[in-house]
Design a protein around this ligand. Sequence first.
Ligand SMILES: NC(=O)c1ccc[n+]([C@@H]2O[C@H](COP(=O)([O-])OP(=O)(O)OC[C@H]3O[C@@H](n4cnc5c(N)ncnc54)[C@H](OP(=O)(O)O)[C@@H]3O)[C@@H](O)[C@H]2O)c1
Length: 257
Amino acid sequence: MTKPRRVLVTGASSGIGAATARLLASRGFDVVAVARRLDRLEALAKDTGIAVHRLDVTDFNAIKALAAELQPVGIDALVNIAGGATDAALVEDADPDSWRAMFEVNVLGVQQMIAHFLPLLRDAARANGSADILTVTSTAGRTPYESGGGYNVAKYGATALMGVLRLELAGEPIRVIEIAPGMVKTEGFALGRFAGDTSRVEALYKDVENPLSAEDVAEVIVASLELPSHINLDQVTMRPVAQAAQHKLVRGKLEPK
Ligand SMILES: NC(=O)c1ccc[n+]([C@@H]2O[C@H](COP(=O)([O-])OP(=O)(O)OC[C@H]3O[C@@H](n4cnc5c(N)ncnc54)[C@H](OP(=O)(O)O)[C@@H]3O)[C@@H](O)[C@H]2O)c1
């Protein structure tokens, strides 16, 4: 029997990350799941047998320590999902601390994860012929929108980072995959953006027929990892059918004309 591929998933305590960790485990991958909320990770571990570690991706010493801890067992794929938005402010009103926080988690967290885990991924590529780095960015990194400023800037940064990395790793058997979802109805994302205001969260998704779910995005992430290792999905943009573009969200029932 071939050894299952070991995948390190960040942001695995809720939403897209938790769904991805579960789906990977159900498809036979060996999963290491990380996030800050250990109680949630422990519940995930209890359900699935997944290995879990507490990790704040903005704590670069902690990333380094985790990479050293996992070095003996190695990893074959790094899946960066930790991230999100901390405000919905106009550029003229934005709090620089909030923008800094979004840049730290969505860009620097990803860069530091890659920097510290690349040696392990190269070991895997030497041993097995391939390795993967996948990051969940956003359609917020494709199109700017009003009150999206800090999050747009961060996700454009994450997209640029993945593009640069793909060029820098050219010549190595390491895939660099970017998945950019549009509207996904998850537990935490909109709550973080609207500072816990549930009425604004409800208004965002109101009457949208089938926004993407965390499980939908997990399906695409896992499918991209399961493809033969010479196929690199550079950039995947995925949206609900009700969202034709960032500014074209249809509310109400979708019907043929
Ligand atoms: N929902 C959407 O509409 C949407 C659309 C496009 C892209 N995305 C992106 O998809 C990713 C997942 O979002 P989601 O919708 O699943 O939201 P979510 O339910 O809020 O999940 C966010 C995850 O990121 C983790 N996280 C946040 N800060 C972290 C930190 N400093 N260190 C480690 N982990 C951290 C959280 O865990 P802890 O709090 O336990 O650390 C949580 O597991 C994000 O990168 C988001 O930007 C979301």
